[in-house]
Design a protein around this ligand. Structure first.
Ligand code: GLP
Length: 249
């Protein structure tokens, strides 16, 4: 696990963009696992900029997004589908047939979850998985709990997650209470993981992820078991870390 601290949000976004650019140089037809939320907004902007400069080509790339709210249509401005199309997919040369977004209108619909896992498997798994982290240590919408799910599943969002995500909605009551999310298995099976965190609100979750015993009560702590994780942090998100973690290999 490599931990890197940078000065600010822009540097974090540029660093993550470098890692994606390198990945696509090595393998044009890479399978990217993509994340949403406030954290990767700058990264997508940077990737679009590099695409326009002719540095990155997305033509052969396949993407799998981590998660989606249940109860929002895909054209809702706060849906993750809308987020991805408006910020990224519509601005680069990705083939729409290679874009995979989890979607379901009801939490009980096992078919949508199974179909998503099947697509992931058929694609051969993820080459590079991009992650953010929730203030409570969630990744995707794998929320802290006494157990974690391996496969794509429906998640009841925790109070903390709904509160953190309320900033994107006009009213607190508008925040969906459920989501469909990739499970822990494809995330941990990704050949390379890049996790970004920015801001002091994430400092505690970042410390727990890297320095606490692995526990389903802190889903991101399972990344300790993965041999190729790069964590890119701004100074505020890294504030609670002991110095020795920066020497992790
Ligand atoms: C959201 C998403 C995650 C994201 C995390 C942090 O709820 N489900 O995929 O990484 O929480 O979000 P943000 O980057 O907005 O802080």
């Amino acid at each position: 696990m490599k931990i890197k601290m940078v000065n600010n949000y822009q540097e974090m976004s540029n660093d993550a963009a470098d890692l994606i650019e390198d990945q696509l140089k090595k393998k044009k037809a890479s399978i990217l696992g993509l994340a949403t939320g406030g954290t990767p907004e700058g990264l997508y902007e940077e990737l679009v900029r590099r695409y326009h400069l002719g540095r990155i080509d997305f033509q052969e790339v396949q993407t799998f997004n981590l998660d989606e709210y249940i109860g929002l249509p895909q054209d809702h401005p706060q849906s993750y589908a809308f987020y991805m199309w408006s910020r990224f997919f519509s601005q680069v040369n990705i083939d729409p047939a290679r874009i995979h977004l989890p979607f379901s209108t009801t939490a009980g619909d096992a078919e949508a979850a199974t179909a998503y896992d099947k697509q992931l498997k058929q694609a051969g798994g993820i080459d590079l998985q991009l992650l953010g982290i929730g203030e409570n240590g969630h990744i995707g919408f794998n929320e802290p709990s006494s157990f974690l799910w391996a496969d794509t599943h429906y998640a009841e969002l925790s109070r903390e997650t709904m509160e953190a995500n309320a900033r994107f909605f006009a009213w607190r009551e508008d925040v969906p209470q459920q989501a469909i999310t990739m499970g822990m298995a494809p995330i941990l099976q990704a050949r390379h993981i890049v996790l970004m965190a920015s801001g002091k609100e994430k400092a505690h979750a970042v410390k727990e992820m890297l320095c606490s015993p692995i526990s389903p009560w802190h889903p991101a702590s399972f990344l300790q078991l993965h041999s190729k994780v790069e964590v890119v942090l701004d100074a505020e998100a890294a504030a609670e870390l002991p110095p020795h973690v920066f020497a992790y290999k």
